[in-house]
Design a protein around this ligand. Structure first.
Ligand SMILES: Nc1ncnc2c1ncn2[C@@H]1O[C@H](COP(=O)(O)OP(=O)(O)O)[C@@H](O)[C@H]1O
Ligand SMILES: [Mg+2]
Length: 327
């Protein structure tokens, strides 16, 4: 049984289609990422899956339970860490955990044991009696994750888990999330607009843009799907290089002023041969670089835009303005 199965899931707000018929399956034990720019529909998607929002149409199951007809079963089997922080600042970490455990009616001794185990897992055991208001952003996020796991859910939803955290804290949190998945076998579905986060953490990624999934696969497959590594050769005669590189493993060539950009699988293996051929043909090379494609290249390939540009344009109003203008 898959952990999550979504079929044509759709959500409209007053006629505006925020999530437009998305379908995917997440296997048990996966870390699955929804990667896309602001406003893509990520939060709306996981809000539907976690029964916080009713879909306009389409269906989905979580741990085998239908998200509309079996809301309670879904809720019992999931943990959620969403963006609006809901910790009590005036309580200690332990007290926050304990309160949540009582809400879920977890019996005393079991509750105490789990709290201790989870606080250790997220590295907060030695600070458990400190008030949350003394915690840093990263510690709060870790505490929220620990709390979301108290009732032993099979699936954990994380909405932009490292949003607003500094790079070092972000790295730590990635380690905790990976360990959680590894040691407890919990299925994790997270949303992010950080391509590096998706790349580092996720087994598979769905790239979402304007409410639709534009590509889905392992990060490796996604990168390979756009034609492989990116090789850039600068030369006094880029045209001659483009003419020479006709091998079947070359999946694309672009000429620029003074350089050529070539896409190919396994560039590391082909580079020596290319350099030899160019040398034999008397074509000079000024410089040569090989770059592995990133998820940003994948997003660019499928949308013609970069996630970073989307972020840079910032405010929702601006985006709506551009969107309206393009129609
Ligand atoms: N309650 C709502 N009412 C109206 N529009 C909404 C509501 N929630 C989200 N939207 C819109 O739906 C789109 C997707 O939002 P969201 O799922 O929050 O995107 P993301 O999480 O990827 O940034 C955005 O254009 C947003 O403005
Ligand atoms: Mg969001």
């Amino acid at each position: 049984m898959p952990a999550i199965h979504a079929n044509n899931l759709t959500k409209s707000f007053d006629g505006f289609v925020a999530v437009d018929g998305i379908s995917f399956t997440i296997e048990s034990g996966e870390i699955f990422g929804l990667l896309g720019p602001n406003g893509a529909g990520k939060t709306t998607t996981i809000s539907m899956l976690s029964t916080m929002l009713k879909p306009t149409s389409g269906t989905a199951t979580v741990n085998g339970h239908d998200i509309v007809t079996k809301e309670d079963d879904v809720r019992k089997s999931i943990g959620i860490v969403f963006q609006d922080q809901s910790l009590d600042e005036e309580l200690t970490a332990y007290e926050n955990m304990d309160f949540h455990g009582r809400l879920y009616r977890i019996a005393g001794e079991v509750r105490r044991q789990r709290i201790s185990e989870l606080l250790t897992l997220v590295g907060l055991d030695d600070r458990k009696d400190d008030l949350v208001k003394t915690y840093s952003g990263g510690m709060r996020r870790r505490l929220e994750i620990a709390r979301g796991l108290l009732h032993e859910p099979k699936v954990l939803f994380l909405d932009e888990p490292t949003l607003g955290l500094d790079p070092q804290t972000r790295n730590h949190l990635w380690d905790y999330i990976a360990r959680l998945n590894d040691e407890k076998g919990i299925t994790i579905i997270l949303t992010t607009h950080y391509m590096e986060e998706a790349d580092r953490l996720c087994d598979r990624v769905a790239i979402i843009d304007r409410g639709t999934i534009i590509a889905l696969g392992t990060t490796e497959n996604l990168k390979a799907s756009i034609g492989g590594d990116v090789v850039t050769i600068a030369s006094p005669d880029p045209g001659a290089i483009a003419g020479l590189l006709t091998a079947p493993w070359v999946s694309g060539i672009e000429r620029h002023d003074g350089s050529v950009t070539i896409r190919m699988q396994d560039a590391d293996r082909h580079i020596p041969g290319i350099v030899t051929d160019l040398h034999r043909s008397g074509i000079g090379i000024t410089s040569l670089s090989v770059r592995k494609p990133t998820l940003e290249d994948v997003f660019l390939h499928y949308t013609g835009r970069t996630i970073r540009d989307e972020e840079a344009s910032g405010k929702e109003a601006m985006r709506m303005f551009h969107r309206a203008g393009r129609r």
